[in-house]
Ligand binder design. Structure first.
Ligand SMILES: [Zn+2]
Length: 201
C-alpha cells in the first residue's frame, strides 16, 4: 500500500517504505515502515480488523521520530456531525496552520454572506497559550485541536466524538439538519480543507 506524505527517514533522510504483513493465519497484521538506505525500522502489530489504527500508530511513530514533529487530533463539529483527523505538526508553524484551517472551515460552515470576521477562539491573540493541551473554537459548529503524545492516547477521544455523533444523530428530531450538514459540512469537503493545510496520517 502506498502512503502519501510519508516523511523521509528521520535518521539518514533516505526514502521510506510502508509494508503490511499478514501473520497468525490472517488474524493479525503488522504495519511497518523502513528506510531503504539505513536500518531504521518501526513496526506495530494489531488484529487484522484494526489495521487502520495500527497503520496510524506506525505512521505517527515514524513521523514523530523527526525532531520537532508532534501529533494532534483535529475535530470539526456541525450539528450532530463530527469528523476527526490525525495530523503531524511542527510547533513552530502550528498556530499559523491552525488559524488558516479555522478560517477556511468557518468560511465553509457559516451561512453564505455571513458578515462576522473570523473567530479564532483559543488561537486568537487574546486567548492563545503556547503549549496548551487543546485549542477550542466555537463558531458555526466547533473546531478542536487536541495535542497528544501518541495515537493510543488520542484514539479514545476519536471514538468518543464519533459515538456522540451517532447518538445525537438518532436523537435529532429537527427538520432539515441533514440538509444543512450536506450544505455546510460534507466529510469530503472538510477533509479536503484540513488536508490542504496539515500533514494528515
Ligand atoms: Zn535511514
Amino acid at each position: 500500500m502506498q502512503i502519501d506524505n510519508l516523511p523521509d527517514c528521520p535518521c539518514c533522510g533516505g526514502e521510506a517504505e510502508y509494508i503490511e504483513t499478514m501473520y497468525g493465519a490472517g488474524m493479525l497484521l503488522s504495519a511497518s515502515i523502513r528506510c531503504r538506505d539505513c536500518d531504521l525500522h518501526i513496526e506495530h502489530r494489531g488484529v487484522a480488523g484494526k489495521i487502520a489504527d495500527t497503520r496510524a500508530k506506525v505512521i505517527a511513530a515514524w513521523s514523530c521520530r523527526v525532531p520537532k514533529n508532534k501529533l494532534c487530533l483535529i475535530v470539526s463539529q456541525y450539528y450532530y456531525s463530527r469528523y476527526c483527523f490525525l495530523a503531524v505538526y511542527n510547533p513552530d508553524t502550528f498556530r499559523a496552520q491552525a488559524m488558516a484551517c479555522v478560517a477556511a472551515l468557518e468560511d465553509y460552515k457559516r451561512p453564505q454572506g455571513d458578515p462576522r470576521s473570523i473567530n479564532y477562539g483559543d488561537l486568537s491573540d487574546e486567548w492563545y497559550r503556547k503549549g496548551a493541551r487543546r485549542y477550542n473554537v466555537n463558531d458555526s459548529g466547533d473546531i478542536y485541536f487536541v495535542m497528544g503524545d501518541s495515537v493510543d492516547e488520542l484514539l479514545p477521544e476519536i471514538r468518543d466524538y464519533y459515538q456522540s455523533a451517532e447518538r445525537e444523530r438518532h436523537l435529532d428530531r429537527r427538520k432539515g439538519t441533514a440538509k444543512k450538514i450536506a450544505l455546510h459540512h460534507q466529510a469530503s469537503v472538510v477533509y479536503g480543507i484540513v488536508k490542504s493545510i496539515f500533514n494528515l496520517i
